[in-house]
Design a protein around this ligand. Structure first.
Ligand code: GDP
Ligand code: IMO
Ligand code: MG
Length: 421
């Protein structure tokens, strides 16, 4: 029986997962998303075209591979329809390539309104959600009151009205304005698009694929520091973004996990609120944002930028059991004289190397400085062309993180990906 390889983010999301899933897809038969929803924005660039995927796995562009939206995902038909329309313009036949789990939960229009209502009620403590209804949908899932894709096949209208009424009752307590009629029209329109796709019992599909010696790649969304259990709670998303999430989000045994590809930026970013010990508020941070075009692919918000945080990365590697590392956006540091890496934190005067319970309080990064490479990496296509300082940065990170860096990315395009020997 084959195993499932998993690719997931080790920081606060937007590490470049979409790009690398697309690059790795030729080695796989099936690519499956296991959690999250349209809060994700996964960007792919090839042949001078750029695509941003929200719920559809990033294996969708590589020929006749099967892509699966797994049971752990939450799906909004209205956003799904927009995504399908965008991709169909590019001439890719989606209905043959994409299958959807009957057990995936549906984001209803009222979930989106609830998300906004809860968020604005938090005032200054707001999480900075993407406003896509993620939290309320997973809340309903865990409260055993959600609706699933499989529900569309039987008496859906009746079940929908019941959940909607419950949501409207809750909303009476909040001061929000919304046009439910418009939202519902878009949503039910989207439902018609969704129905054109094959609904499957994806846990059987994935396990049968493995049994027939075919290869499966699981694609994570968000990042480990946004995980509901291990992230910087409460400033997190509402799903398990870690390796274990692929087991529950696809219905595979932990014994069926193969390689775990952990992906990170050569520096660090975060969107939304919450702790970020290595965040920069100076010229270096601005330069990272400008060079890396660090603006959210879903909301367009400027991303907060800072130095790489090896305390958080070591933690992410531990909880995920990462076997191979992938370093992204190395080119963004091309014009830095020196590069800093946070090797430990000072917490209440004590040096610590393990991530503390509360990252917010008195966490001061301790940095090691290394020399920048001052070279344009975007044209580099092989390891042999790496400047010495980049080689040294990689060796330093591998020593600190105790996992090999197997891939180095030097630009957004498929071609700008270097596999190390
Ligand atoms: P994801 O959510 O993890 O898939 O990442 P996003 O797509 O949200 O954000 C990554 C951004 O960086 C996208 O705009 C990519 O096109 C871009 N990108 C990916 N890899 C590289 C790289 O190596 N260098 C540069 N400069 N940009 C990259
Ligand atoms: P990808 O898959 C970066 C952040 C939001 C907010 C918090 C909670 O593209 O890496 P939510 O809408 O999930 O309730 O928001 O999580 N967030 C992301 N940040 N990349 C993402 O996805 C994100 N998905 C959610 O900004 O701080
Ligand atoms: Mg993203």
């Amino acid at each position: 029986m084959n195993k499932v390889d998993i690719l997931l983010g080790l920081q606060w999301g937007d590490e470049g997962k979409g790009k690398i899933v697309d690059v790795l897809t030729p080695n796989y038969d099936v690519v499956a998303r296991f959690q999250g929803g349209p809060n994700a924005g996964h960007t792919l660039e090839f042949e001078s075209q750029k695509y941003v995927l929200r719920s559809i796995p990033s294996g969708i562009f590589q020929g006749d591979k099967i892509n699966v939206i797994g049971n752990g995902v939450v799906l909004n038909p209205a956003i799904f329809k927009q995504e399908v329309q965008e991709l169909e313009k590019s001439g890719h036949p989606l209905t043959q390539r994409l299958k959807i789990s009957r057990k995936a939960h549906l984001i209803l229009p009222t979930h989106t309104v609830l998300d906004m209502a809860y968020e604005s009620a938090k005032g200054k403590d707001k999480i900075g959600t993407t406003g896509k209804g993620i939290g309320p949908t997973y809340t309903d899932k865990i409260s055993r009151t959600g609706l699933r894709v499989g529900d569309i096949e039987h008496n859906f209208e009746e079940k929908y009205q019941k959940v909607k009424e419950r949501h409207l009752n809750i909303l009476k307590n909040y001061d929000v304005t919304y046009d439910l009629e418009k939202l519902e029209q878009e949503w039910f329109d989207g439902l018609e698009t969704l129905k054109k796709f094959e609904f499957i019992d994806s846990e059987h599909f994935i396990n049968n694929t493995l049994k027939s010696e075919k290869n499966v790649l699981a694609e994570g969304a968000q990042g480990t520091m946004l995980d509901i259990d291990f992230g910087s709670y409460p400033f997190v998303t509402s799903s398990n973004t870690v390796t274990a999430g692929a087991c529950t989000g696809l219905g595979i045994s932990p014994k069926a996990v193969g390689e775990v590809f952990g992906i990170f930026k050569a520096y660090c970013t975060r969107v939304g609120s919450g702790p970020f010990p290595t965040e920069l508020f100076d010229e270096d941070g601005n330069r990272m944002r400008d060079n890396g075009f660090e603006f959210g692919s879903v909301t367009g918000r400027p991303r907060r930028c800072g130095w790489i945080d090896l305390v958080a990365l070591r933690y992410a590697i531990m909880v995920n059991g990462v076997t191979q590392l992938i370093m992204m956006k190395s080119d963004v540091l091309d014009n830095f004289q020196t590069i800093k890496a946070c090797v430990a934190y000072k917490v209440n005067g004590q040096e610590v190397k393990e991530l503390p319970f509360d990252m917010n309080e008195n966490v001061e990064p301790i940095y090691k400085e290394v020399k920048g490479w001052n070279t344009d990496l975007t044209k580099v296509r092989s390891e042999e062309e790496f400047p010495t300082e980049l080689k040294e940065y990689i060796l330093f990170l591998e020593k600190e993180l105790e996992v090999p860096i197997k891939v180095v990315s030097v630009g957004p395009d498929r071609e700008q990906t270097i596999f190390k020997k």
